[in-house]
Design a protein around this ligand. Structure first.
Ligand code: GLC
Length: 807
């Protein structure tokens, strides 16, 4: 790709499709992934969520639905089985003449389709199938504003004779916490009912396994009523699982699909499911659209009203168009165009969709159904809103500030709905409040946020956000070792380092870097907010901290990760395992703790010990036996997750650090290494369109195999690193810095982004005559600028053209 092929088309406009693999390909514009062979190595799923309702659906059709909390408010039942993946909500078709039965997704019948496509897109998934002369399209999504999951089903008779069909929808009710270790117990509280006039099965549960505020343990009502409704008349309905499958049969071949009549059972004494059977006749070459609504509301009356206004197939089609348009609009203002179309489709659509749908709204994936807010996790994720809807990031900051105790400490995570929270001795959680607030301020310049009031968990009196942040700093300062390094406690960013500093003697070098970076940021913030006294203290603390890290935290060739309670170094050449940790090097560079000489040395060590073709390892060599004094990280199999795998979240920071030391070759290598769409699925296994939490490292026999997709903080971070470091468009205190570090071979790139109410179109070109390390040359609206920062716009609504020439 060269500069000329780019001119004329705006960033993000359609590009040639990327190469297909054995199982599927991206759609022309990259916004859908089309699975053509459903026997993918692992489930390839879509996490479709709105701020309240969500569903996960895999390419087999398996999955489940929740409301408000993907662990405590699970509406339909699902069993995690990544090998079989045939559990969920399904649609069957039965040919009334021949008795042939198939499903409109591969599971549960696994028919041999004449044609099959599962299209995962932003906000919706569709199964397009053809079998025995019947074409079908089944689309699933959540209504943009209402708590209802909608199915649009289109059936077409491709032949010359009329066809009589039975269409059967099936799901199992959960209505509570999932997974339930006591299903035989929890099912005793479910109640179902059938309303023929409304063509709907209703369900709720009289017990919810969260503490009742008034009546003690296991003594609360599930606060929602659910319904599955159909737009067609219902000829038969079933509320009991055994009544549907028959004895010793399963969902692949249920008795209800044999043509035998149904003996319905509803009420409180069955095994709660919903099955609805409708009879359809399709004329030769005739078509028919059918709608289904899976609605959830606070009462029976509300859910009745909800299905009445949403089940019509025409209304469902309009709602689907609205959802798709909503995603397009949400992501439209910030787009990139690089010479790598696979990176573009990640940066323009999939990474932000992953961060918003799965991490922020759904808080759910196929490998983890969390429902909780991680204090550090969703705060980091919320940075994905900064360029497009920054006030949503501000709201997230406010929510987390209200989950802080008056002493500055915070919940490690908490559950919305039940407000149960986890108190730990993790030492970094609280500081992410300062980090994300600083990011918000750099992007927006809206210092009013510092006055946003929020209560504490143990004190209902509100205090301004500034006080919350200062309390977080003060608590961290109060936990400083005699050598001037912060204690690591029960882990910092790395949850698995859970025992390193339980006695509050073990130190963290990474937390030192993190804190040093924050102190620099907050020195500026305090100065700008007229808090010069605090600014002075922070500046002085940073100076002492950087000196302490460089005195005690340098191992010789790289930075230590920390020390154990007994003083043993961690992440040192003297350790047999865990000799070098990635974050302790990358953040030394990102937080300007390392001198240029040390930065070069520790990055050289990263390249030597941690960089693989699957990304940068979190540490090496992997631990191969449990070390209780370090923590559960050592208990993972070698090479898995934090124990010497590629932990994608941290691997994105390695790309930023490589940009900062201007190692173009490494930037290109690391970007390609973690790009899921470039992988061989037989080795990689996971979805090509979203990031995984981890990829096995070389200590695993499956080096390069990805897992824990969707539910990872790496999605928002990779987007940010590509925009702010690789393309180098970074909001700073003085304005927007233009500081690209392009991979070798890239001659140009473009970005369109909002900035403080204005729109900037930025065209980057490589210029070999610019010396390495020299700042980029910048023109703002054709006027050469004295440096590589353009000042914030004078007024919202302005449009600016920025030209950047860089090395
Ligand atoms: C998990 C946690 C996250 C943590 C990471 C590394 O992803 O949710 O908070 O930083 O693991 O241990």
């Amino acid at each position: 790709m060269n500069a000329t092929t780019m001119t004329g088309s705006p960033p993000g406009s359609p590009r040639p499709a990327t190469a297909p693999n054995r199982y599927g390909h991206f759609s022309e514009d990259g916004s859908e992934y089309v699975v053509t062979d459903p026997r993918t190595p692992r489930p390839w799923v879509n996490v479709i969520a709105t701020p309240r309702l969500g569903l996960v659906v895999s390419q087999t059709g398996s999955g489940f639905t929740w409301i408000d909390n993907s662990q405590l408010g699970v509406i339909t039942r699902w069993q995690q089985d990544l090998a079989h993946d045939s559990s969920g909500k399904f649609l069957y078709v039965r040919d009334a003449e021949t008795g042939a039965v198939w499903s409109l997704s591969p599971a549960p019948v696994w028919p041999r389709y004449d044609r099959f496509e599962c299209r995962h897109g932003l906000g919706a998934t569709s199964f397009e199938t053809e079998l025995g002369g019947i074409a079908a399209r089944w689309s699933l999504f959540c209504h943009a504003d209402e708590t209802v999951e909608l199915w649009h089903v289109e059936l077409a008779n491709l032949g010359d004779r009329p066809r009589r069909l039975q269409l059967v929808a099936y799901l199992e009710w959960n209505c509570g916490v999932a997974p339930s270790p006591r299903r035989e117990f929890t099912r005793l509280f479910l109640e179902t009912g059938f309303d023929p006039a409304r063509r709907a099965v209703f369900a709720t549960s009289h017990m919810w396994e969260v503490p009742s505020k008034r009546f003690g343990h296991w003594n609360a009502e599930f606060p929602y009523v659910s319904a599955l409704a159909c737009s067609e008349p219902v000829a038969a309905a079933q509320g009991d699982k055994l009544g549907f499958t028959g004895r010793y049969r399963d969902l692949r071949d249920p008795a209800a699909l044999t043509g035998a009549s149904w003996t319905p059972e509803f009420g409180r004494h069955g095994d709660a499911v919903a099955a609805l059977c409708s009879h359809l006749t399709l004329a030769p070459h005739g078509r028919r659209a059918v709608g289904y609504a899976l609605a959830v509301a606070a009462s029976r009356a509300e859910v009745e009203a909800l299905v009445e206004r949403t089940t019509d197939p025409g209304a469902i089609e309009r709602a689907l168009a609205e959802v798709r348009a909503g995603w397009r609009a949400r992501l439209a203002e910030h787009r990139v165009r690089t010479p790598d179309p696979t990176l573009d489709l990640l940066a323009n659509d999939w990474l932000r969709y992953q961060a918003i749908s799965s991490r922020l709204w759904g808080r759910c994936g196929y490998y983890q159904q969390s429902g909780a807010y991680g204090f550090r996790d969703q705060l980091q994720d919320s940075q994905v809103w900064l360029t497009i809807e920054p006030e949503r990031c501000r709201a997230q900051i406010g929510l987390h500030a209200a989950h802080q105790f008056a002493d500055g400490s915070v919940y490690h995570w908490w559950h919305p709905l039940s407000e149960q929270g986890h108190v730990t001795r993790m030492t970094d959680d609280l500081l992410w409040l300062a980090f994300v607030t600083a990011s918000y301020l750099r992007e927006t310049g809206r210092f009013e946020i510092l006055d946003d009031p929020a209560p504490f968990l143990d004190d209902p009196h509100t205090k301004p956000l500034f006080d919350h942040v200062v309390r977080a700093f003060q608590r961290t300062f109060s936990r400083t070792s005699p050598r001037g390094l912060p204690y690591i406690g029960a882990g910092d960013w790395n949850d698995g380092l859970s025992a390193v500093g339980l006695e509050e003697r073990g130190e963290s070098v990474w937390l030192g870097h993190f804190l040093a970076g924050l102190l620099a940021e907050w020195t500026v913030i305090c100065e700008r907010a007229g808090r010069d006294g605090v600014a002075g203290t922070f500046a002085e603390r940073r100076r002492r901290l950087v000196a302490a890290i460089n005195e005690h935290g340098w191992d010789g060739e790289w930075y230590l990760r920390g020390t154990l309670d007994d003083g043993t170094p961690l992440g040192s050449a003297s350790n047999a395992r865990g000799k070098i940790f990635l974050n302790a090097q990358t953040w030394a560079i990102l937080a300007d703790v390392a001198s240029p000489e040390r930065a070069a040395r520790c990055m050289a060590a990263v390249k030597e010990h941690l960089v693989t073709d699957a990304g940068s390892l979190l540490l090496a060599p992997a631990f191969d036996e449990p070390i209780p004094e370090i923590g559960y990280i050592t208990r993972y199999a070698p090479g898995l997750r934090e124990n010497g795998g590629v932990y994608t979240h941290a691997a994105t920071w390695a790309i930023a650090a490589a940009c900062k030391v201007r190692d173009h070759e490494l930037v290109g290598r690391l970007l390609a290494a973690i790009n899921p769409s470039l992988k061989d699925p037989e080795r990689y296994w996971a979805e090509p369109y979203v990031l995984p939490g981890n990829v096995d490292g070389p200590a695993s026999p499956h080096h390069g195999r990805a897992g824990w997709t969707w539910y990872t903080g790496s999605a928002a971070w990779l987007h940010r690193v590509v925009c702010e470091w690789v393309l180098g468009v970074r909001p700073e205190w003085g304005g927007l810095r233009l500081d690209p570090c392009l991979p070798p071979g890239w001659t140009s790139a473009e970005m369109t982004r909002p900035y403080r109410g204005a729109t900037y179109h930025i065209a980057i070109e490589r210029d070999a005559s610019i010396p390495e390390g020299a700042p980029a040359r910048v023109w703002l609206d054709c006027v050469a600028q004295p440096g590589n920062v353009v000042a914030a716009p004078a007024a919202p609504g302005e449009r600016h053209e920025v030209r950047v020439r860089c090395r």
